[in-house]
Design a protein around this ligand. Structure first.
Ligand code: FAD
Length: 366
């Protein structure tokens, strides 16, 4: 039987940058809160391949009034940012419980009862694919009067549902490119993740082929500094390019692709590894348990723009959790800081003791 051991005013679910920034705002106003994170803090960033850099400038992803200072004023790497998050939690002495996953949440007359299970990784990434914890294994329960879902939206890879997708040489995530040195890697996708993976693998001495259902790279979906390089490498034949194709089957040493114009026009690409980098979907379990209304093609939660309150009294959403299963990244850390300001005001009546430029809230992915 799970034990009940804690009761707080606010529980924040999710220890990504936005959950942490909100925890700092609540701590500053002396509101009783706890932040519950299934993995380590910054779990979504933790599963990026080693050395991956943020696309965003440091000042746009800094949180809670703590400057993010990087070597050579460059964009932060995964490792630098995780170190930074530890520093923020330490500096604000935040009440963060890691390795604990909220598996069930119920509303009653006095607030919420949360069932919490031990968890060895965050919700998302390759570890989640290999082993999603059993939702029934409650360890303790926690009471809260209000709940903030800062759970992110990259919990599962968007599957293609083709034969061979679960073979051991197939992954939905880029690993350390060094692993693929002098091997043949076929990458499927044509947005930032796929293009960046192709460039990193190429520079790492990998024989790279890229299959994409589009004709060309969409300037709205591929960063403007990545496009010239990938286009040049394709033009020079250094990266094999298979536009207007879609994967239909994966075999132990090859990927079969078909033309999007004629599915009988197929060809096989030799592959030691296949990387299916075609996006992510959100785990909606907690929204469904609470009865949070979700709408539209992305099934994004519906919320009040001034307060971030959902249709369920006492339930707020924050960060990329508000974006649902995005086809194109419209909601990302850079433009979510305003969520913290709104929730802090709604719950405590006071603003956080730091601020971000108002125009960040309107940033479009660039
Ligand atoms: C390669 C790559 C590069 C990127 N570059 C950028 C960039 O340059 N700029 C940018 O703005 N964004 C970028 N992003 C997106 C970035 O990851 C998000 O913007 C950022 O992580 C959002 O922060 P968040 O706090 O909203 O959510 P997350 O960081 O996703 O945090 C959510 C947390 O909730 C936890 N969680 C979920 N469910 C539960 C549960 N039931 N119980 C307990 N914990 C739970 C998860 O483990 C996770 O740690 C990039 C993403 C990738 C993959």
């Amino acid at each position: 039987m799970p034990t009940e051991e804690q009761s707080v005013e606010v529980t924040i679910i999710g220890g990504g940058p936005i959950g942490i920034e909100l925890a700092a705002a609540l701590a500053a106003s002396e509101t009783s809160y706890v932040l519950i994170e299934a993995g380590s803090i910054g779990s979504t960033i933790e599963w990026w391949a080693p050395g991956t850099r943020w696309f965003s400038s440091p000042e746009r992803i800094s949180i809670a009034g703590v400057p993010l200072v990087t070597p050579n004023e460059d964009k932060a790497t995964r490792e630098e940012y995780l170190r930074y998050l530890r520093g923020v939690v330490g500096q604000h002495d935040l009440n963060v419980r890691t390795g604990e996953r909220v598996t069930r949440i119920e509303r009653d007359a006095d607030g919420f009862s949360l069932t919490i299970a031990r968890s060895d990784h965050g919700v998302g990434g390759p570890a989640e694919e290999a082993d999603a914890p059993d939702a029934a294994t409650g360890r303790r329960t926690l009471r809260a009067r209000q709940v903030v879902l800062a759970i992110g939206n990259m919990h599962r890879a968007r599957r293609l549902d083709i034969p061979g997708e679960d073979l051991p040489h197939v992954s939905h995530y880029l690993d350390d490119p060094h692993r693929y040195f002098r091997r043949r890697v076929v990458i499927v996708g044509g947005k930032n993740s796929a293009v960046e993976a192709a460039l990193r693998c190429y520079r790492c001495g990998v024989d790279v082929a890229l299959s994409y259902r589009g004709d060309t790279f969409d300037p709205k979906r591929v960063k403007y500094w990545l496009r010239p390089e990938i286009e040049w490498l394709i033009d020079k034949g250094r990266i094999a390019w298979h536009p207007r194709t879609t994967p239909v089957a994966i075999e132990p040493d090859r990927l079969v692709i078909a033309s999007v114009d004629d599915e009988t026009d197929t060809r096989a690409l030799d592959a030691d590894f296949v990387l299916l980098l075609t996006g992510y979907v959100q785990d909606r379990t907690l929204f469904d348990q609470l009865g949070v209304e979700c709408a539209g093609p992305t099934q994004a939660p519906v919320f009040d723009r001034k307060t971030m309150r959902t249709n369920v009294p006492g339930v707020f959403v924050a960060g990329t959790a508000t974006g649902g299963s995005q086809q194109r990244a419209r909601v990302f850390l850079e433009n979510c800081h305003v969520h913290v300001e709104r929730i802090a005001r709604a719950i405590t009546g006071a603003a956080a003791p730091w601020s971000h430029p108002a125009e960040y809230a309107r940033l479009e992915e660039s």
